[in-house]
Design a protein around this ligand. Structure first.
Ligand code: ZN
Length: 225
């Protein structure tokens, strides 16, 4: 009797595993950022083939019910044992933990509100401004802070130009511009992309380089003992 019950549980668990891949569970859509999106399976999971004829891994395609964006998934497992998600493309954007507050929180809100471009553009602008303030460029307007950062060679000329375009994009909805009060989804995405790249350049790379140097020194110290 006990064996029979165990079998039923195993069958139920396997059915659950097979059902699980019919919907992709992600916290946010990587395209429109909607929270807990409905992402039904559109194709797969199917084993693809490599050029050398060997079997690849199973892949699947899911489509966001909100924005229609396509997400591909590299899986492991099989039809018999059920599939597990290994990697999602594109990845759900994560804001680097190395970013200082409040820039980190502004950028997180920017990435989470891409479906509302005006809000995302304003938050991206605030993230850029907070990064400059963290680097002690605190005087005057955002315009002046960007110019000071370029003068101090913290930003290159072209990065300064891009920072100004993010500033202008965030100003339009913030000040309810009479002619162009809204930013497009593409403009908001560009602003968020720049703020992310700037954060990576100013804080993430530095932190990772410092960690790398510390690890190299620790390794050298332990091998010299
Ligand atoms: Zn979506």
């Amino acid at each position: 009797m006990a064996d029979f019950e165990f079998d039923l549980r195993a069958i139920a668990a396997r059915a659950e595993k097979l059902r699980a891949h019919k919907t992709l569970l992600v916290s946010r859509c990587p395209h429109c950022s909607v929270a807990n999106p409905s992402m039904p399976l559109a194709w797969g999971p199917e084993f693809t083939r490599r050029a050398d004829g060997r079997m690849q891994e199973p892949w699947a395609i899911y489509i966001c019910s909100t924005c229609g964006g396509v997400v591909s998934v590299r899986c492991s497992g099989s039809a018999n044992e059920g599939y597990s998600v290994e990697q999602i493309f594109p990845q759900v954007p994560q804001v680097a933990k190395e970013l200082p507050e409040p820039a980190h929180r502004y950028l997180k809100q920017a990435t989470e509100t891409l479906a509302s471009p005006d809000a995302a553009a304003i938050m991206a602008g605030s993230a850029v401004d907070a990064m400059l303030k963290h680097l002690k460029f605190t005087e005057g307007s955002v315009y002046h802070r960007i110019e000071q950062a370029v003068d101090a060679n913290v930003l290159t000329e072209s990065m300064g130009e891009w920072a100004h375009s993010v500033r202008l994009g965030s100003n339009r909805p913030r000040h309810a511009d009479s002619e162009t009060p809204h930013v497009s989804a593409a403009e908001a995405a560009q602003s968020v992309e720049f703020a992310t790249a700037l954060g990576h350049f100013l804080f993430v790379l530095t932190a990772r380089v410092e960690r790398g140097i510390a690890q190299a020194q620790a390794t050298a110290a332990s091998t010299n003992k």
